[in-house]
Design a protein around this ligand. Structure first.
Ligand SMILES: C[C@@H](C(=O)O)C(=O)SCCNC(=O)CCNC(=O)[C@H](O)C(C)(C)COP(=O)(O)OP(=O)(O)OC[C@H]1O[C@@H](n2cnc3c(N)ncnc32)[C@H](O)[C@@H]1OP(=O)(O)O
Length: 175
């Protein structure tokens, strides 16, 4: 009885591999992996910064510099983006404090809705921003300008619509 059960089990296992092995071979011979798996044309890199919109820049500078003891950059006006920026150095990444500059600042509307301030966007590095934009547009992710613009670090950046990124405004920056 026990011997016949073992025979049945072994036959089952052998039967399984008779099917499995040729299936794998057929796949690998008729369609080489390079044809099946799309080759990525661009890659995400490290988190460059998290941006925080603040209603009182001096107070925010004092919080990070004097209370939390961080190293801060100077305040830099970027009129083409409608913001003042201050970078807070954290070692593995940075915070970017954002304060409105000019009448059309994108930060003004955000601060009207979020009076105490709040996280405005995350910035992730990419190795090839043009390839990233072409690929993401094809995947129906909306970009917030037609072409990349020069961001806070003097490098090309592109913002992606928060409604297409789980409610988070995402900035891509070419590393
Ligand atoms: C220097 C540079 C750098 O770091 O290199 C920068 O930082 S420049 C940083 C400033 N520059 C930018 O932000 C450029 C990209 N931003 C934009 O184009 C805009 O701000 C948008 C993100 C499209 C929002 O446009 P606008 O304020 O006119 O529209 P809105 O208030 O009606 O918002 C439309 C919907 O998006 C949501 N929404 C708006 N801003 C958001 C944000 N920061 N994070 C998450 N969701 C956000 C709103 O709640 C709303 O959702 P509901 O419809 O559900 O209510």
């Amino acid at each position: 009885m026990a011997a016949s059960m073992v025979k049945v089990a072994v036959a089952g296992i052998v039967g399984h591999f008779r099917h499995a092995v040729p299936t794998v071979r057929r796949l690998s011979l008729s369609k080489p992996l390079a044809q099946v798996v799309p080759v990525p044309i661009w890659k995400l890199g490290r988190l460059n910064h998290i941006a925080i919109a603040v209603p009182d820049l001096e107070k925010a500078i004092s919080l990070y510099r004097d209370v939390l003891g961080a190293r801060l950059s100077d305040t830099v006006p970027l009129p083409e983006h409608g913001v003042y920026t201050v970078f807070v150095e954290l070692g593995n990444t940075k915070l970017e404090l954002l304060y409105p500059l000019g009448e059309k600042s994108p930060i003004s509307g955000f601060l009207q809705k979020n009076k105490a301030g709040g996280m405005h966007h995350i910035c992730i590095e990419v190795d090839d921003i043009k390839a990233a934009i072409t690929d993401l547009k094809a995947k129906k992710i909306r970009t917030l300008s037609e072409e990349p613009r020069i961001g806070a670090h003097g490098k090309p950046v592109m913002f992606l619509h928060p409604k297409d990124c789980d409610g988070v405004l995402v900035e891509l920056e070419e590393a």
